[in-house]
Design a protein around this ligand. Structure first.
Ligand code: ATP
Ligand code: MG
Length: 343
């Protein structure tokens, strides 16, 4: 007992668009998953920093070699800069909760890191490398499992965690999930952003806008099903701010993730032991930023009608559920589950 008290436990949700950390010292932080290095000597002089992270990097992107190192749930392979970016992100998160990754004389640190379900094997090596010498013990888990653990949805439940890069599914049977209990789809927030960008371009070829603007428009006006209010945004056309109605495009882009999502949900349900299927159908949890699309939960419920109906609960404040879950796992995990990272 007394030994456990002297360890700092942390849970990290390494996300495509946002990464969060929850620590046993009560600290919780979230950053945007961007890392940038000044492009040239002018940028270096203006920015006065060797590397910028999070919102600060995004806001100064014109002066930076900007990296978003996780895409479609995978740490981009082969690029040294992306590997370095993951390292910077993880070390920055540790710094925010008071761990100095370069001076590990303090408390031993045990970190649980959540990564997308199917990328587990590929990403493990990269995360391990990035955290070498920065923490003492590491445990890598699938993102939806961390979410399930955090909200104590451990028995006869299905977690659907739809983020930016991936939509992850996990059925919980009251024990650690296996590969068959999980699934990852590349259709999530980024996929919608690209679809929306293409659709608006098609309808308003003269308008000028960036993918960052499109993402903001989506976060403010996303919906599936019949529109309630028109979605109107402002973008320059020939230099003049102009109002554009993008309701139809918004609906189409948001609905583009529905077919694969519904298919995976129904397929995973059909593999649950028959006596428990009804329980799981009535215990579906929709988490992640993309889970906030207006009307998505009810639409998934409607799709469950063909198999006898069910219930989908939406996690309203999904920012820290993954890292809080990671922290809970870190505190509960037995010594034998941890791998040692530094001597
Ligand atoms: N109200 C909203 N409607 C639609 N999408 C939203 C809304 N709010 C946030 N998002 C989207 O949710 C995504 C971010 O969600 P989240 O933080 O769960 O992802 P992540 O954990 O970074 O990604 P991943 O889990 O795929 O690695 C982004 O694509 C963002 O644009
Ligand atoms: Mg996530």
């Amino acid at each position: 007992m007394s030994e456990k008290k002297e360890v700092l436990h942390v849970g990290i949700d390494l996300g495509t668009s946002r990464s969060s950390i929850s620590a046993s010292n009560g600290q919780r932080h979230v950053i945007e998953s961007y890392v940038g290095w000044p492009l040239d000597m002018v940028a270096k002089r203006v920015l006065k920093k060797p590397v910028l992270i999070g919102r600060e990097a995004l806001e100064n992107r014109s002066m930076l070699d900007l990296h978003r190192p996780l895409e479609e749930g995978l740490i981009k392979d082969g690029s040294e800069k992306d590997e370095a970016a993951v390292r910077e992100l993880l070390r920055h998160l540790l710094g925010l909760v008071g761990v100095d990754p370069d001076n590990r004389n303090g408390m031993p640190v045990r970190a649980v890191v959540g990564v997308p379900a199917e990328a587990l094997r590929v990403n493990k090596q990269q995360v391990r490398k990035a955290l070498q010498n920065a923490v003492d013990n590491l445990l890598i888990v699938s993102e939806p499992f961390a979410v399930a653990y955090g909200i104590e949805a451990l028995l006869h439940t299905m977690i659907i965690d739809s983020g930016a890069g991936t939509t992850d599914f996990c059925v919980m049977n009251g024990r650690l999930p296996t590969e068959e209990d999980q699934r990852t789809l590349p259709q999530a927030g980024d996929f919608i952003d690209e679809a929306l960008m293409r659709l608006i371009r098609g309808r308003y070829p003269e308008a000028k806008f960036s993918i960052h603007m499109v993402r903001e428009w989506k976060e403010a006006g996303s919906f599936v099903g019949p529109p309630k209010n028109p979605v109107v945004v402002t973008a320059p056309v020939n230099g003049k701010p102009t109002q554009l109605d993008i309701s139809q495009e918004m609906r189409q882009a948001c609905e583009s993730i529905l077919p694969p999502m519904v298919e995976s949900m129904l397929d995973l349900l059909s593999r649950v032991q028959p006596e428990f299927q009804e329980k799981v159908r009535n215990n579906i949890v929709l988490s992640g930023g993309t889970g906030l699309i207006r009307g998505l939960g009810p639409r998934l419920e409607a799709e469950l009608q063909v198999v006898g109906g069910g219930k989908v609960r939406v996690v309203k404040d999904p920012i820290f559920v993954g890292s809080d879950g990671g922290l809970a796992i870190a505190i509960d995990a037995p010594d034998s589950d941890w791998e040692r990272l530094s001597a």
